[in-house]
Design a protein around this ligand. Structure first.
Ligand SMILES: CC(O)(O)NCCCCNCCCN
Ligand SMILES: [Zn+2]
Length: 680
C-alpha cells in the first residue's frame, strides 16, 4: 500500500492574541512573536508553499473534557470576560500561567489545530505535519493550568485518536527541555500510550523540580514500562547527547512498541540559545530526530509546538523539522560526536530502570547497580564537577544577539539547495517499478572511460565485458551523486563486491574524505582502509578466518532470525552509533552473495542511514535480487516506508555480541557509549 504523501502545516495568527498583560519575569518569555516569527522563517525558506495548508478550528468542550475536568473548563471559560485585576488573580492560582481575555479562545484553537492535524494524518490526506500552536500544552493537568499551558493539546490528541480511530498504541515523544508532567500524569497507568520525555533536571533542582520526573518513574500498574523519563543533570547537552538518547533509549523502545501513530510534544527550548534550556544542541539535530521518528507508524507523525523562547533558534529549528517532514535530505550533523559522562549516566540509569518491562533490555547488564550504596546521582552530587561537562561553546548562552549571529553563520552551510532528483538508477530490467518523478535514468558510462578509471586498481579483476558494463552503470550513478546532482542511487550488479570496491576507491579519488561502506554478505575484496578515508562494516554470517575487526574495518556476524526482523538492536545499538561517530560524507550500501539478512533488515538499514552524509547513499545490489532491489528503491525514493517486518527481540547471544563489539570500539566510536564503565 503506497503511503500517503504531503506535509500539513497548521497555523492561525489568532493564536498570537494571547499575551501577558502585567509584569511577570517568569512568564514574559512566552510571547506572541514565537508563533509569527516561526511562520515568517518558514516562509523565508519557501517551506510554507510546499506544505498542505490545513485550517485550525476550535477544540470542542467535549474534546477538552477527554482530559480535563469540567471545573477546569469552566474556570478557563469564565476568564473571557474578566478585567486585568481578575485575570491576574485567577492566574495566581497556578504555577507559571497567565490569562488574557483571549486565552480561552486561543487555547481552544490550539486544541483544535492539533486535532485537525491528527485527522489529516489518520485520514491519509497527508503523510505527516506540524501544528504551530500556543498556548502550549504538555504541563497542563486534568484540573490545573501550569507552565504556560492551559489545555494539554497532545494528551487530548492521543485520547481523541484512541477514541476516533481505535488506536491501541500511540507514542508521544517530548523533546521540549521541560518535563511534560501533565502528560505523564494523564497516561501513567495507560499501556496504550508510550510517553518519552527528556528534560533539564539537575538532580531535581530545575523546574518543575519533581521527584517523579526522574528516570525511575516508569509508570504505574498496567502502565509500568510505558513512561520513560530521561533527566539531563547538567546543562550544555548537545547534538551527540540527544542522538545517543535516541539510539540507546527511545528508538529501541519505539520499534519494539511499534506505534500506530507518533505525536511529538515539540518544544525547541532544548535548542542552543534558549534561556530556559541552556543547552547546546543546534537546529539541524531536530532534522535527525524527526527523520528517525518518520520511520515509525508507516510515517504517520504529528509534530505539535510546545516551548521555545529564543526566537531565532526556535525559527531555525522549526524549519529544520518541517524541511525533514517534507522528505528533504537530512543535513550533516555538527559537533563532536561524543556524549558527555552525565548524559551516558542518565542513559544507563533509564535503561536499567526499564529492564523489567522491555524485551530488548532482557539481557541488559545492570550489575553496576549492585556496587552503588545509593542512587549513583546522589554520590555524583557529592563530587558533582567530576563529569566532563560540555564546555559551553557560546560562553553565556542567554546572550541572545551573540547566539543570533552564531546561528546566522551556522545555518548558512546547513540549508543547502535540495538536489532536484532523489534517486538515480539505470533502466535495467525490473527497474521500471520505481520510475517515479523522484527517479532519473542515467546513461551508462562507456567502456573506454571505465577501463581508464579502473586501470589503476582491480584491472586484473575486470576482464569480462559484462562486468565492465555493470561497473559502467554503477559509476554513472555514483558520478551523479558525487557531483551532488542527485541525492542517492541504486545500481544492480553481477558482482556487488567488486562494484562496491570500485565505488569506494572512485569516491575517495574523487575527493570524498570519509566514505562509509556497509556490506551485507561475503565481501570477497577488502579495500585497505588504513588511511581512515573508508569505514567498512561487514555484516556476514560467520567470522572470516584470520580476519579480526579493526577501527575502520568491522565485521558483525549476524544471521537473521527466521521468525522476523531482529536486526533493530544491531542497527540502533551499533551501526548507527558507529556511523554517526564517523560522520561520513557518502554512504555505500552493498549486498553481495550469501546475505545473512532479510529484506526487511536491509530496508531498515537503508532507511535509517539516510540521516548521514546529507542522505547521500549509493546502493549496489546483486542483480539477481529483484525484490530486494524494489524494497531498497522504495526506501531510497522516500515514496513509502518499506515494511521493516515483524519485530523480534535479539537473543542473549546477539545482545552479548553487540556488547562485546561496543566494549571493543566505544573508545574509538564514542556514540557507542551507553554505560559508565565499571560503575562510578
Ligand atoms: C511549554 C514549556 O515547557 O516550555 N513551558 C515552560 C514553563 C517554564 C516555567 N518556569 C517556571 C520557573 C519558576 N522558577
Ligand atoms: Zn519547555
Amino acid at each position: 500500500v503506497a503511503m500517503a504523501s504531503g506535509t500539513a502545516l497548521i497555523y492561525d495568527e489568532k493564536m498570537a492574541t494571547h499575551k501577558l498583560l502585567w509584569s511577570d519575569p517568569i512568564c514574559d518569555i512566552e510571547v506572541p512573536e514565537r508563533l509569527s516569527s516561526s511562520y515568517e522563517q518558514l516562509k523565508s525558506y519557501h517551506l510554507v508553499e510546499r506544505c498542505v495548508p490545513v485550517p485550525a478550528r476550535e477544540g470542542s468542550e467535549e474534546e477538552i473534557l477527554l482530559v480535563h475536568s469540567l471545573e477546569h473548563l469552566e474556570v478557563a471559560k469564565s476568564t473571557q470576560t474578566m478585567n486585568e485585576e481578575e485575570l491576574k488573580r485567577v492566574s495566581e492560582n497556578y504555577d507559571a500561567f497567565f490569562f488574557h481575555p483571549s486565552t480561552y479562545h486561543c487555547a481552544r484553537l490550539a486544541v483544535g489545530a492539533t486535532l485537525q492535524l491528527v485527522d489529516a494524518v489518520m485520514s491519509g490526506e497527508v503523510r505527516n505535519g506540524m501544528a504551530l500552536v500556543r498556548p502550549p500544552g504538555h504541563h497542563s493537568q486534568r484540573n490545573a493550568a501550569n507552565g504556560f499551558c492551559l489545555f494539554n493539546n497532545v494528551a487530548i490528541a492521543a485520547e481523541y485518536a484512541k477514541l476516533k480511530y481505535g488506536l491501541q498504541r500511540i507514542l508521544i515523544v517530548d523533546w521540549d527541555v521541560h518535563h511534560g508532567q501533565g502528560i505523564q500524569y494523564i497516561f501513567e497507568e495507560d499501556p496504550s500510550v508510550l510517553y518519552f520525555s527528556w528534560h533539564r533536571y539537575e538532580h531535581q533542582e530545575f523546574w518543575p523540580s519533581l521527584k517523579e520526573s526522574d528516570y525511575d518513574a516508569v509508570g504505574l500498574g498496567k502502565g509500568k514500562g510505558f513512561n520513560i523519563n530521561l533527566p539531563w543533570n547538567k546543562v550544555g547537552m548537545g547534538n551527540s547527547d540527544y542522538l545517543a538518547a535516541f539510539f540507546h533509549v527511545l528508538l529501541p523502545m519505539a520499534f519494539e512498541f511499534d506505534p500506530e501513530l507518533v505525536i511529538v510534544s515539540s518544544g525547541y527550548d532544548s535548542g542552543i540559545g534558549d534561556p530556559e534550556g541552556q543547552m547546546n544542541a543546534t537546529p539541524e539535530v531536530f532534522a535527525h530526530l524527526t527523520h528517525f521518528l518518520m520511520q515509525l507508524a508507516n510515517g504517520k507523525l504529528c509534530v505539535i509546538l510546545e516551548g521555545g523562547y529564543h526566537l531565532k533558534s526556535l525559527g531555525e529549528s522549526v524549519c529544520m523539522t518541517v524541511k525533514t517532514l517534507l522528505g528533504d535530505p537530512v543535513p550533516q550533523i555538527t559537533g563532536e560526536m561524543a556524549p558527555c559522562l552525565s548524559a551516558v549516566e542518565s542513559i544507563q540509569n533509564v535503561r536499567a530502570a526499564h529492564k523489567p518491562y522491555w524485551k530488548w533490555l532482557a539481557y541488559e547488564d545492570t550489575s553496576f547497580l549492585q556496587n552503588l550504596s545509593t542512587k549513583s546521582h546522589l554520590l555524583k552530587k557529592a563530587n558533582s564537577n567530576t563529569s566532563t561537562e560540555h564546555e559551553t561553546k557560546i560562553t553565556n548562552n542567554n546572550n541572545t544577539v551573540k547566539v543570533e549571529r552564531f546561528l546566522e553563520l551556522h545555518m548558512k552551510n546547513i540549508l543547502f539547495p535540495v538536489p532536484p532528483i532523489k534517486t538515480a538508477t539505470i533502466g535495467s530490467e525490473g527497474s521500471e517499478h520505481f520510475l517515479s518523478e523522484h527517479v532519473q535514468l542515467v546513461k551508462e558510462m562507456d567502456k573506454t572511460e571505465i577501463k581508464s578509471l579502473v586501470s589503476g586498481f582491480y584491472a586484473d579483476l575486470v576482464e569480462e565485458d559484462k562486468i565492465l558494463l555493470s561497473l559502467g552503470s554503477m559509476l554513472a550513478i555514483l558520478d551523479k551523486i558525487l557531483k551532488k546532482e542527485v541525492c542517492n542511487g541504486i545500481a544492480a550488479s553481477p558482482t556487488a563486491a567488486l562494484s562496491a570496491a570500485v565505488a569506494l576507491r572512485h569516491s575517495v579519488r574523487f575527493g570524498f574524505q570519509r566514505v562509509l561502506c556497509v556490506f551485507v554478505g561475503d565481501m570477497q575484496i577488502t579495500p585497505n582502509t588504513e588511511d581512515g578515508k573508508m569505514l567498512i562494516i561487514n555484516i556476514c554470517e560467520k567470522e572470516q578466518p584470520g580476519k579480526t575487526s579493526c577501527k575502520h574495518c568491522i565485521s558483525l556476524n549476524w544471521k537473521e532470525d527466521a521468525e522476523g526482523n531482529d536486526f533493530f538492536s544491531a542497527v540502533l545499538g551499533f551501526i548507527l552509533p558507529v556511523a554517526y561517530s564517523y560522520q561520513p560524507n557518502l554512504t555505500v550500501i552493498a549486498v553481495g552473495p550469501n546475505r545473512s539478512l532479510g529484506i526487511s533488515g536491509i530496508s531498515l538499514l537503508v532507511a535509517l542511514l539516510q540521516g548521514l552524509a546529507e542522505s547521500r547513499i549509493v546502493a549496489v545490489i546483486e542483480d539477481t535480487e529483484i525484490s530486494l532491489l524494489q524494497s531498497v528503491a522504495k526506501a531510497l525514493g522516500g515514496a513509502s516506508t518499506p515494511p521493516f517486518g515483524i519485530y523480534v527481540p535479539p537473543t542473549q547471544e546477539k545482545v552479548k555480541k553487540i556488547k562485546a563489539l561496543r566494549d571493543q570500539f566505544q573508545q574509538e566510536w564514542k556514540m557507542l557509549q551507553c554505560s559508565v564503565k565499571d560503575g562510578i
